[in-house]
Ligand binder design. Structure first.
Ligand SMILES: [Zn+2]
Length: 151
């Protein structure tokens, strides 16, 4: 009886549609996944140390590259991890997509919760403020086939 049910279930439209849309992962997907994990864990370290490609830090070490330490959104506040993750008005829409449970009370709340820490890293990555990853993405995504490794 269970076998019959399973046959009917597998023939069901939704199931077929699902398998059509979600093929098993290929090696390239796995590589992309692990690259992403590496990028995220390096961003976690950068967020915690504050040594991160945001202008508050870059301005201090390379003022010729980052002439201002102000947020690129509205130029009012310093572009810090705290500002971007919690306060920045320019990032508000994006932030709402990531902090679904609502208002956070501060960096301590983010960094004492592994899930929130990773969400924060994803959010920062998604905002494309970190130049090293903008370059990486550009290279990976927009270079012509076969030229990705030559740059
Ligand atoms: Zn801002």
């Amino acid at each position: 009886m269970k076998g019959e049910w399973e046959k009917r279930w597998q023939a069901h439209q939704h199931v077929r549609a699902y398998f059509t849309c979600a093929p098993p992962p290929h090696k390239s997907h796995i590589d992309a996944h692990s690259d992403r994990e590496k990028a995220l864990s390096s961003i976690v370290v950068q967020m915690k140390t504050g040594k991160i490609g945001l202008d508050s830090y870059l301005h201090g070490i390379r003022p010729e590259e980052a002439p201002s330490d102000r947020c690129r959104g509205y130029l009012t506040d310093r572009e810090t991890v705290c500002h971007v993750l919690l306060d920045c008005v320019a990032c508000r829409a994006q932030r709402r997509r990531y902090w679904k449970d609502g208002i956070l009370n501060g960096l301590r709340e983010i960094f004492t919760d592994a899930g929130k820490t990773i969400t924060a890293a994803r959010l920062i990555l998604s905002l494309a403020l970190l130049n090293q990853y903008i370059r990486t993405n550009r290279r990976t995504l927009s270079a012509p086939e076969g030229e990705q490794d030559q740059q």
